[in-house]
Design a protein around this ligand. Sequence first.
Ligand SMILES: Cc1cc2nc3c(=O)[nH]c(=O)nc-3n(C[C@H](O)[C@H](O)[C@H](O)COP(=O)(O)OP(=O)(O)OC[C@H]3O[C@@H](n4cnc5c(N)ncnc54)[C@H](O)[C@@H]3O)c2cc1C
Length: 461
Amino acid sequence: MSYEILETLHRLLGPEHVQSGTEAGARYHVDFSHENACVPLAVVRPRTTDDVAVILRTCHAARQRVVVQGGLTGLAGGATPQPGELVLSLERLTGIEELDRTANTMTVQAGTPLQTVQQAAADAGYVFPLDLGARGSCTIGGNIATNAGGNQVIRFGMMRSLVLGLEAVLADGTVVSSMNKMLKNNAGYDLKQLFIGTEGTLGVVTRAVLRLYPQLPSKITALCALHNFDATVELLRSLQTGLGGALSAFEAMWASYFHYVLAHAPGVQSPFDREYPLYALIELEGTADAPDRARLESVLEAAFDADVIADAAIAQSLRESQSFWKIRDSIGEVTPTLQPMLAFDVSLPIDAMASFLAQVEAEFARSTEPVTNLVFGHIGDNNLHLAVTTHRHDGLERLCDTVYCAVGAHGGSISAEHGVGTLRRQYLHHSRSAAELDLMRRLKAALDPHGILNAARVLPE
Ligand SMILES: Cc1cc2nc3c(=O)[nH]c(=O)nc-3n(C[C@H](O)[C@H](O)[C@H](O)COP(=O)(O)OP(=O)(O)OC[C@H]3O[C@@H](n4cnc5c(N)ncnc54)[C@H](O)[C@@H]3O)c2cc1C
C-alpha cells in the first residue's frame, strides 16, 4: 500500500519532490525538542495549495498517516515523524504574495520564514510584531499552527491576533479559503480559529493574511531591581497605566535565573552593584524619544519613591540596551551546562504565580537530589519559564508531575506558548476538563475521520 502511494505521489509531484525518509536526510527526522527522532516513510514537498490537496486526498483514501513540517523549530515534538508516517514539508510553499498599504496587511504562503516577513514589512515601513528567537527558521504556517507568542505579546497579542484570514487544506483534501482582510467580520463562524493553535491536527495551513502595524521610531530599554514579586506586579501595573499603552516588553527574571546567567554566560553583566530577589527588563516603543524617556523616568521615579523598585538603569545607547537583553536571551547559552534539562513553559493567573512557585520549590526541596530551578518569564502575558535540572536522567518524570500538578492546582495552563505536541499530551488533563477534551475529540473526528493528520498529537489517548 505505501509503495502505491509513493508511486502516485511521484507521478503527481515529480520524483524530485518525493523522497524516502532515508534519502531526504536527518533534517526531517526530529524537531527542535531533539526527542524521539524517527525516519519517516517518505518526505513530500508540495509547491502549491493544489499539491497539498492532492497529497492529502491520496493519503486520506489510502488511510496513510501524515505529519506536517514547517521550520522544525517546535519544542513539543509535534512535527517529529512517528513510524510509518509521511512527512508533508512546506519548505517549498514560500513567498510573499501581496503587501496591501490600504488594508495594512501582507498575504503570504505558509512556508515563508518569519524573518522574511519581518524584513519585507520593515522595508515597506511597517512592523510585523511577532518575534521569537527562532525567527530565521520558523515559518508562518508553524507560527499559526502553534499560535506562537514571543517578546511583544503584552502589546500586540499572540499569532492569533495577527492573522486576519487564512487558507487551509483539510485531511480529505478539501481546500477552505478564508482569506479575509477585514478587521470586522461576524458573518458566521470564524473558521480560521480552527487552524490557529491546533498544531496541524485539523488541517494544513497553506496561506495567510497577516496584520501589519506602523513602525515606531523610539525604543527605550530599562532594567529594574525589585525586592519581591508583589512589587514586580505593582511595577507592571504602573507601567501599563503610566505609559499610555507604549509598554512593549516586561520580562521578569528571578534571582535564580539572573545570577546563574551572570555566572555562566560569557560577556553578561549586571548594571547593579548588589544582588536582588527579582529583576524586570522593560521596553517601551513610542513616537518620540525625549517625551517617551521623560514619561518612563517619571513612572520609575514614582515607583522608587513608593519603594516598589530598589534600583533601575535606563539604557543610554543601543549597546547598553543590547547588554540588558543579553541577560534575558542567554538561556540558550547556559542550557548546555544544565543537561539533562526540563524546559517548562506554563501559564498562570498573575495572582497565583507566587503560590505556584512556592509549592514547586517546596516539593523540589524534598527531592533526594538537589534541583536547580531557573525562573523567568513574560509575566504580563501570564507566562513563566522554568529551566529545571538535577543533572541526572532518572527522576525527570517526577519533576514533570510536580510542576504540572502545581499548574493544575493553581488554575494554570501546561503550555503558554510551545504547544502540546507529543511530549505534553499526557499532562493535558491538568489544564482541560473532560468536557473540553471530549469536544476537542469530536472536532478532530469531524474534520479528520480517518485520523491521518498529525495523529497522536495534542489529544491524550
Ligand atoms: C530558539 C527558539 C526560540 C523559541 N522561542 C519561542 C517563543 O518565544 N515563543 C513561541 O511561541 N515559540 C518559540 N519557539 C518555538 C517555535 O519556534 C514555535 O513553536 C514556532 O511557531 C514553530 O514554527 P515552525 O515553522 O518551526 O513549526 P514546526 O516545528 O515545523 O511545527 C510545529 C507544529 O506545527 C505544525 N505545523 C507546521 N506548519 C504547519 C502548517 N503549515 N499547517 C499546519 N500545521 C503546521 C507541525 O505539525 C507541528 O505540530 C522557539 C523555538 C526555538 C528553537
